[in-house]
Ligand binder design. Structure first.
Ligand code: SAM
Ligand code: SF4
Length: 326
């Protein structure tokens, strides 16, 4: 078992399998992209298999594949296959633009849910936000996955003056469909201006929803959830808000993260952590890896504010989320 110095059990691994992405969401990375990792620096399939074994032994029972865009990896099905050997609860966060060729194979793996990013329900605005004309593919893929029986959650980063006017329209998707529509506070991670001018807080997002749907009501969320859950009278799906910047849910955190190059980060706001890829390439045994991971987890900060204050890199410009996985 992995337990941190505050007695929290860590049983959820977020694995960013690549930093590459075919979209350029304005809150995530600059249009020209970032300095992407070389392929040989990414965790290889065999290194992922090795880490899956080790994290399985350590009691991780939920894994989320993220990125960058996970489906940018040509070996994504093999990644899913090796993870399925060790984990029953595999989840994906994806922009849903590249899933179509794999649709018929997805049921073979232990995929519990798809979190799909969609920040506008209008083609032109979607294009303005992502710099790519992919709205229809994303929208259609969402409902195809839903109709295949997958649990689907929609991730909407709320940006002042850009898509805040669509909050009610997004909520309506949960009226007749059992989907979770989750609004995310914009975090400073965009390798640029930190999204400051577009930031809308949890309270402001809540107010927007209540203006249209006065019956909005908090419902119990799982203790370790990263979102605050709500219901609206007559809706079959749920609404959620992820206080990613306010960080009000850190106390129950059960997560650790692996970057595409294998760095173990114990908080989204952390910038230091051992590199497990390097340890594997240096010949560490599973027992040595386990000891190293346990040691790192003991360093996990109490919350995102402490992790942010411990940062050693220039804190005025945060990395793009594509290198951290969200
Ligand atoms: N490419 C996939 C996607 O977009 O779903 C997975 C990676 S993306 C980095 C993971 C999540 O982080 C997405 O839901 C995205 O909207 C969110 N995200 C990225 N940058 C963000 C930021 N600066 N603030 C808040 N959320 C952000
Ligand atoms: Fe790509 Fe996801 Fe970042 Fe958008 S949020 S640029 S889809 S990694």
């Amino acid at each position: 078992m992995l337990i941190d110095s505050f007695g929290r059990t860590i049983d959820y691994l977020r694995l960013a399998v690549t930093d590459k992405c075919n979209l350029r969401c304005r809150y995530c990375m600059p249009e020209e992209g970032i300095d992407f990792s070389k392929n040989e620096d990414l965790l290889s399939l065999s290194e992922i298999a090795r880490l899956a074994e080790v994290f399985g032994v350590l009691g991780i029972n939920k894994v989320r594949l993220t990125g960058g865009e996970p489906f940018m990896r040509k070996d994504i099905l093999q990644v899913l296959e090796v993870l399925s050997l060790h984990f029953k609860n595999i989840n994906l966060t994806t922009n849903a633009t590249l899933i179509q060729p794999y649709m018929h194979q997805l049921k073979q793996y232990n995929i519990s849910s798809f979190n799909i990013s969609i920040d506008s329900l209008h083609r032109e605005k979607f294009f303005a936000i992502t710099k790519r004309d992919q709205f229809e593919t994303v929208y259609n893929t969402i409902w195809e996955l839903y109709n295949m029986g997958f649990r689907v959650k929609l991730n909407v980063v709320v940006m002042k003056g850009i898509n805040e006017t669509e909050i009610a329209e997004f909520c309506l998707l949960a009226k007749n469909h059992k989907v979770d529509v989750r609004f995310i506070e914009a975090m400073p991670f965009n390798a640029h201006d930190g999204n400051e001018s577009q930031f809308l807080s949890l309270t402001e997002i809540e107010e927007h929803i209540i203006n249209t749907f006065p019956s909005l009501q908090k419902v119990d969320s799982p203790r370790k959830s990263s979102s605050i859950k709500y219901s609206i009278d007559g809706f079959v799906g749920n609404i959620g808000i992820i206080p990613a910047y306010s960080r009000s849910l850190c106390g129950m955190c059960n997560r650790i993260r692996l970057t595409p190059e294998g760095q173990l980060l114990t908080c989204l706001y952390a910038d230091q952590g051992i590199n497990l890829r390097d340890l594997i390439r240096d010949g560490f045994t599973n027992e040595q890896l386990i000891a190293a991971i346990k040691g790192e987890v003991m360093q996990k900060a109490k919350d995102g504010f402490v992790a942010e204050s411990n940062r050693v890199s220039d804190s005025s410009v945060f990395q793009s989320m594509t290198t951290i996985g969200g």
